[in-house]
Ligand binder design. Structure first.
Ligand SMILES: O=P(O)(O)OC[C@@]1(O)O[C@H](CO)[C@@H](O)[C@@H]1O
Ligand SMILES: [Mn+2]
Length: 388
């Protein structure tokens, strides 16, 4: 109880700082990333004129203060032993999984029916890949940060909604993904085809990513999937290693037959080293991804081993684009500012005022028909960059 009181008082202090636009203060804990964070705060300070004083909550870059807020929540918890590894968002993440049971079961059943997927005819293989990619895209609607932690589970039949949702895909580079992966399958070269997925949210979205990953293996479009998750609770619903293992265990022990079969297969993928989970502190730092080679060269080198990297979700898009106010028509390649570890694809629903690579006039047309098109998660993209 003492520890809880301490954590709550630190969180109240944080809330007061946010509400009253106090200066952004240095982190006081001693965690693996504390020094990097404090250096970043100094960097933010150095960008201001002397007359501006210190960086404050209301007038600092959104990406930076939003990441900083989640890092401060982590600080409040780690400074309160013995509850230092308590995940304040765990309950809502798990709830999202339980509330989506029917949709999860339907997806697992679909996946099982596709097996053995390596024998599917080329056209059917492509068709199924595109379906599962779209399911993974719309799964990104289920984040808990945009809804302020309120329930955002999947209750409708996502598989039968795909056709109706197609007009809301603003950029669809899935043909490039097919071209890349089917070329490897056809030539059987290289013998190892590695796809990395930079995960976003736990619950239903993670299930859609796992279903896609299972299909990539069973169809032999890939031979290894590497997942990248967060090392601390992040943006309410983002996946940590605990969520990842918890979901696998719950799918495996489900009373629904298809789910249980998928769960057993998935645990086996992990055991056999076909599915590999990584975490790295870089994913919970405020830096844009173009700074990865300097800030986290080991992670950059790891990503360079991939044949394709899928970046799930809106926050990853913001970091890929350095969260700048780009023109809507600027090419994706250019807005990546030199971040090209391997061919990559952003799969996200739009939840922030940032989108590049549109046709001239497209943003204006969207704005006229739906003034909130950028922020509601109604629209989605598959945006690819890289040589084929
Ligand atoms: O990355 P995700 O899960 O798709 O979205 C996270 C998110 O909802 O959090 C922020 C609002 O708090 C927005 O930038 C962003 O849209
Ligand atoms: Mn998220």
């Amino acid at each position: 109880m003492e520890a809880e009181k301490k954590a709550i008082s630190l969180l109240s202090k944080l809330r007061n700082e946010v509400q009253t636009d106090k200066p952004i203060i240095r982190l006081a804990d001693k965690w693996v990333d504390t020094d990097i964070w404090n250096q970043y705060l100094e960097h933010e300070q150095s960008l201001l004129d002397e007359s501006d004083g210190e960086p404050h909550w209301f007038f600092s870059p959104w990406l930076f203060v939003e990441c900083y807020m989640y890092r401060r929540i982590h600080e409040a918890v780690i400074q309160s032993p013995p509850i230092h590894d308590f995940d304040v968002f765990k309950e809502s993440k798990d709830e999202n999984f339980f509330e989506s049971q029917e949709s999860i079961d339907a997806l697992c059943m679909h996946l099982e029916q596709l097996k053995p997927a390596r024998d599917l005819h080329k056209d059917q293989l492509k068709d199924e890949l595109f379906k599962l990619l779209q399911i993974s895209l719309w799964g990104n609607k289920c984040d808990l940060s945009l809804s302020g932690g309120k329930s955002s589970s999947q209750k409708t039949d996502v598989m039968n909604s795909l056709e109706g949702l197609k007009p809301f895909i603003l950029i669809n580079d899935t043909e490039s993904l097919w071209a890349l992966l089917s070329k490897y399958k056809k030539t059987a070269k290289p013998p190892v085809v590695r796809v990395d997925i930079v995960l976003d949210n736990s619950g239903f979205e993670l299930i859609t990513d796992l279903v896609l990953s299972d299909f990539l293996l069973s169809s032999e479009l890939a031979t290894e999937i590497h997942f990248h998750g967060k090392s601390i609770p992040w943006f309410v619903s983002d996946v940590t290693v605990r969520d990842f293992n918890w979901i696998l265990e719950h799918v495996r022990s489900s009373s629904q037959k298809s789910m249980a079969t998928c769960g057993a297969d998935w645990e086996n993928h992990v055991k056999m080293g076909r599915w590999i989970y990584h975490d790295h502190i870089f994913w919970t730092l405020p830096h844009p991804y173009c700074e990865m080679p300097q800030v986290a060269p080991d992670l950059y080198a790891e990503l360079q081993k991939a044949h394709l990297i899928l970046f799930k979700g809106d926050l990853n898009y913001r970091k890929l684009m350095s969260d700048r106010k780009w023109e809507f028509t600027i090419p994706f390649h250019q807005a990546l500012c030199g971040f090209h570890p391997a061919p990559l694809c952003s799969i996200r629903t739009l939840k922030c005022e940032l989108q590049v690579g549109l046709q001239p006039g497209e943003a204006e047309r969207l704005m006229a028909s739906d003034p909130h098109w950028l922020t509601t998660g109604k629209y989605g993209i598959f945006q690819f960059d890289g040589p084929l």
